[in-house]
Design a protein around this ligand. Structure first.
Ligand code: AHG
Length: 283
């Protein structure tokens, strides 16, 4: 696993350099979810694919930007499912973006995820790595290396509320849930990039990030293998909770297609319990 984390550190610097210097226009292609690809998405994907090509323990790569599975080494042990540059359209307006990595053994499902990592490209580059039985560890880029900063623990109750999707497409009980948190004094913190938004909640003690089922996206927007499950693992390792709209742990999701999405809620104990009450989910 060490070689995988070292590779993620090196691609983080390369992608950060591309963000700061590369052409921000669109490529002439769409990703497998039918979205127009930015040149930066494609470039970040290529950087990651090239870097992992020489890491012997990696069997397969599955990219949010491509259809299908790329086999690198039949004798390898792990499949890495990754979103090379999540929220890439935010680069246009100079907001933070990120890369997300889920490391799986055997079939691609939540229970087989063994580690996850994400990189935030902001005023600084930060990396968080989560492994089984350990609190997620925060690293910050200093010069050309990553320095270990410390482990991350979520408080039982936070102050931040990051509600995804468009309000006009929320169901009534979701709207009530979000409004009630604001009435309690929660602060709105939503940039439109799940990596910096979830990172902020983790580093500031807690709160909730939600991307519900909406009338225009009944199965949610965020992808299970590349986004939802890796962050569910992070939140659980940090002492938080991560469930879908039926109360199922996101770590128990079994996608039937690599690009399947899921409604998702990540947060501290208090906010996830409030969500369960609002959604009528029995414990
Ligand atoms: P994209 O895959 O187009 O980069 O979308 C970013 C994702 C995620 O990062 C973010 O949380 C979410 O889309 C925001 O969606 P809404 O604008 O619908 O809230």
């Amino acid at each position: 696993m060490h070689s995988i984390f070292e590779t993620i550190k090196s691609v983080a610097f390369e992608i950060d350099h591309a963000i700061k210097t590369a052409d921000l226009g669109y490529s002439n292609s769409e990703n497998s979810s039918g979205e127009d690809q930015l040149k930066l998405d494609v470039q970040s994907d290529i950087i990651i694919e090239k870097a992992f090509a020489s890491v012997a323990v990696v069997k397969n790569l599955v990219s949010e930007e491509k259809e299908g599975v790329l086999t690198l080494n039949e004798a390898g042990k792990y499949t890495i499912c990754y979103d090379p540059l999540d929220g890439s359209s935010l680069v246009d307006v100079n907001l933070s973006v990120g890369s997300i990595f889920g490391i799986y053994e055997n079939e691609l499902q939540g229970s087989n995820l063994v580690a996850s990592a994400y990189v935030v490209y902001g005023p600084r580059i930060e990396l968080v790595i989560a492994t089984k039985g350990q609190k997620p560890m925060l690293y910050r880029a200093i010069g050309d290396t990553f320095k270990e900063i410390g482990s991350i623990t979520l408080d039982k109750k936070g102050k931040l509320n990051a509600p995804g999707g468009t309000q006009q497409n929320w169901c009534d009980y979701h709207k009530t849930f979000v409004d009630d948190l604001f009435t309690e004094g929660y602060r709105l913190r939503y940039s439109g990039g799940m990596v910096p938004d979830l990172h902020q909640i983790m580093l500031k003690g807690g709160g909730i990030f939600s991307y519900p089922a909406t009338s225009d996206k009944p199965h949610g927007k965020l992808r299970q293998l590349f986004e939802v499950i890796p962050f569910a693992f992070m939140y659980e390792q940090a002492g938080g909770y991560a469930i879908n709209d039926k109360g199922l742990r996101l770590m128990e999701l079994i996608p039937s297609h690599p690009h399947d999405t899921s409604p998702c809620f990540f947060g501290s104990k208090y906010e996830i319990n409030a969500l369960k009450t609002a959604y009528g989910i029995k414990n």
